[in-house]
Design a protein around this ligand. Structure first.
Ligand SMILES: Nc1ncnc2c1ncn2[C@@H]1O[C@H](COP(=O)(O)OP(=O)(O)OP(=O)(O)O)[C@@H](O)[C@H]1O
Ligand SMILES: [Mg+2]
Ligand SMILES: [Zn+2]
Length: 506
């Protein structure tokens, strides 16, 4: 026999497609030809596979080898095809009867010595195999735990090409995925640690309940970073679909923690202000790496010292934040990753950053405007909640009486408010107040009575509030009503919303 076929999976963005690796061995000048839109890594695969086969004690067929990856139109990235190619070559040369691998998807990169190395993206690859109805997958031993998260498919692992060959030839069992009990995800830092900052805590709770972007402005040491890091602790757990999506993105980035379980907590990403554009939005050769904005999908993207990020970086985040998706340019077409994230910005109000706040500021008014102005165009405009934190007072920091509310208490209120909003907007297909279009809220039956919006309309007419700002205040008012258990926002809710939007009255 001089022909063999082995199944693999190629990823395009988040979507896995089953790929057939065909090997045809013909007499003629020895050599290897690969067809089917391979990227550079696939050409390198030829050399890795040859070395791995020889160093595993197998014979490399001295014939003309044609490898074809189908469907040819599907772009193929990365090194996960190595193992399937190796087995197809051995099958085609008649060395290995491939019957045991029928209906089995084979994934893995080969080292020159024949070890099977872990690859990025195994979780969505195995999910694709399961969805296509294949009963068994073989994955690198280093990816076994993550692959086993996918139900409905038997996962077996190989640490070397030799082990896979022994399985195919003699039925020597492959490795089973580790079955150690899944450990609970470590709870992050807790809101109970934050003293004072009544306005900041309320802003965080409102942002969590409505899914609003949040900006925390204030002097150094006021607790901006502390508060932001605690946002995930008051957000609800991810549902099954979201958890799978988030875990798949982290799998593609090669960033899954060991242990193999779905990520259930909303992710938290805090890229440094020196982060490159690809680190923020994704990129790189081979299988594109999701950037911070995608790793924060269905979680929180925290830009600490936001005014220090480069203009290019802030600009690059604009589109993904608007669309909830990010397009990563590739040599063959482009890849898309989801990027629906809640943005938190923290910044000092000015470059001199005095701990005691604005009173001691030495900056010129122009320098102050410029500093935050860098944020305002691209990002700050989309942020519903913008508050200024005062410096922490000794009495607050040192108070030993009643401790601050814990994250669990706040999370319970947030969950309740989110339920109310999801019920109300059920017909729109949206769940969070932040997702509801402004015009929708300005029309009956949702428009609010004139007596409650008088102040808002006054600000609109005097130019101190933009039309977009108007809509944002209304959205916030709905979230405040949800948190406080009112069916509709009243005048008081709107007044608080104005405060959370403009940072007034802190
Ligand atoms: N409200 C607070 N309650 C308790 N501790 C606080 C509070 N604010 C600040 N701290 C203490 O000060 C440290 C610094 O706080 P944090 O990093 O959150 O400040 P920041 O506002 O982000 O400052 P910077 O502008 O310098 O980044 C914290 O680790 C904590 O120990
Ligand atoms: Mg900080
Ligand atoms: Zn200053």
């Amino acid at each position: 026999m001089s022909y063999a076929k082995v199944l693999c999976v190629g990823l395009v963005g988040m979507a896995g497609h089953v790929v057939e690796v065909e090997a045809d061995l013909a007499p003629g000048l020895p050599g290897v030809v690969i067809s089917g839109l391979p990227d550079t890594a696939l050409h390198e695969a030829r050399d890795r596979v040859r070395a791995a086969i020889v160093n595993s004690g197998q014979r490399w067929p001295n014939r003309r080898i044609t490898l074809n990856l189908l469907p040819a139109t599907l772009p193929k990235y990365g090194s996960a095809f190595d193992l399937a190619i190796a087995v197809a070559v051995l099958g085609g040369s008649g060395e290995l009867p491939l019957v045991p691998l029928e209906a089995t998807v084979v994934l893995g990169e080969l080292g020159l010595d024949g070890t099977v190395r872990p690859v990025r993206g195994v979780l969505p690859m195995v999910a694709a195999a399961a969805r296509a109805g294949f009963p068994q997958v073989v994955v690198p031993a280093g990816n076994a735990a993550e692959a086993a998260v996918i139900p409905g498919v038997q996962v077996r692992a190989a640490d070397t090409l030799h082990r896979l060959v022994a399985f195919v030839r003699d039925g020597t069992p492959l490795l089973a995925p580790p079955d150690d009990a899944p450990t609970a995800e470590a709870g992050g830092p807790d809101l109970a640690d934050v003293a004072g900052q009544r306005l900041g805590r309320r802003a965080l709770e409102v942002a969590a309940a409505g899914g609003h972007h949040l900006a925390l402005l204030g002097p150094p040491g006021a607790g901006k970073t502390m508060l932001a890091e605690r946002l995930p602790s008051v957000l609800p757990e991810l549902d099954d679909d979201a958890a799978l999506e988030v875990t798949a993105l982290h799998s593609i980035a090669g960033l899954l923690p060991p242990g193999g379980r779905l990520l259930r907590r909303p992710p938290f990403q805090a890229p440094h202000h020196t982060a490159t554009v690809p680190a923020l939005v994704g990129g790189g050769s081979g299988l594109a790496r999701p950037g911070a904005v995608s790793l924060a999908h269905r979680g929180v993207l925290f830009l600490d010292e936001a005014a220090e990020f480069s203009k290019g970086a802030l600009e690059a985040l604009r589109q993904p934040l608007e669309n909830g998706r990010v397009r990563v340019a590739r040599t063959q077409g482009s890849t898309e990753y989801p990027a629906r994230t809640q943005l938190v910005l923290a910044a000092n109000p000015c470059p001199c950053a005095k701990p005691s706040g604005d009173a001691a500021c030495e900056c010129t008014p122009l320098a102050r405007r410029r500093y935050l102005g860098r944020l305002s165009g691209p990002l700050l405009d989309r942020v519903d909640v913008q508050v200024r934190l005062p410096p922490v007072r000794a009495a607050e920091l040192l108070q030993t009486g009643t401790p601050s509310e814990s994250s669990a208490t706040v999370a319970a209120r947030v969950a309740e408010a989110r339920r109310a909003a999801a019920d109300r907007w059920a017909a729109t297909g949206r769940r969070l107040n932040a997702e509801i279009p402004g015009p929708y809220l300005r029309r009956p039956p949702w428009c609010l009575p004139g007596r409650d919006t008088r102040e808002l309309r006054k600000r609109l007419d005097s130019g101190s509030l933009s039309a977009r700002g108007f809509d944002r205040v209304i959205r916030l008012a709905w979230t405040i009503a949800d948190l406080d258990g009112r069916a509709r926002p009243d005048g008081g809710d709107i007044a608080e919303a104005i405060q959370l939007r403009t940072g007034e009255g802190a």
